[in-house]
Design a protein around this ligand. Structure first.
Ligand code: ATP
Ligand code: MG
Length: 158
């Protein structure tokens, strides 16, 4: 397991972090986004989607649980399981998603699917601070997520 901590002081900074992030994505990454309402999880997903050149920018996936955004190179799956219980999640098409080599999975409120997902994932915990400040703790749990986190840290402050 590796960990890192990044501060964001504005929506713009979170979008910038997302852009840096997007450059590292090859497909096969799973990212869990945790933290309270308004922490910036969806802002981050939007930043990743736009940096990957994916057209329809996701607003909130809350009503559909899972949205897929695709272009030739990338398949972004935006999952949002706010207020769902473990037993309420089924038929989301997980098998296909997990077999998709181009899949980048970004999951808000991921706890209900924790048991169904591979352990190699990057967990991002957003903490709300004063005003627009957010502290994001990143933890990786395997080969793919370790490489992703390593890449992010290398490009920090660039
Ligand atoms: N540093 C920051 N990073 C991201 N968003 C910020 C920041 N500072 C202020 N904001 C604002 O906070 C809000 C974050 O909203 P967002 O929808 O991304 O939250 P969320 O974590 O997805 O919440 P939910 O759990 O309801 O889905 C936006 O209105 C954004 O403009
Ligand atoms: Mg959200």
């Amino acid at each position: 397991m590796q960990t890192a901590q990044i501060s964001s002081h504005s929506r713009q900074e979170t979008l910038e972090l997302a852009r840096r992030f997007a450059r590292m994505l090859k497909g096969g990454e799973i990212i869990f986004l945790r933290g309270p309402i308004g922490a910036g999880k969806t802002v981050f997903v939007k930043g990743v989607a736009s940096a990957l050149g994916l057209k329809s920018s996701p607003t909130s996936a809350s009503f559909s649980l899972m949205k897929k955004y695709t272009n030739k190179k990338h398949h972004l799956f935006h999952i949002d399981l706010f207020r769902l219980e473990e037993g309420e999640v089924f038929n989301l098409g997980f098998e296909e998603m997990l077999e998709d080599e181009k899949a980048v999975i970004l999951a808000e409120w991921p706890d209900p699917i924790r048991q169904m997902m591979p352990s190699d994932r990057l967990e991002m915990d957003f903490i709300l601070k004063e005003g627009d400040e957010r502290v994001i703790t990143l933890k990786s749990f395997g080969r793919v997520s370790d490489a992703l986190l390593g890449g992010i840290c290398k490009t920090a402050n660039k």
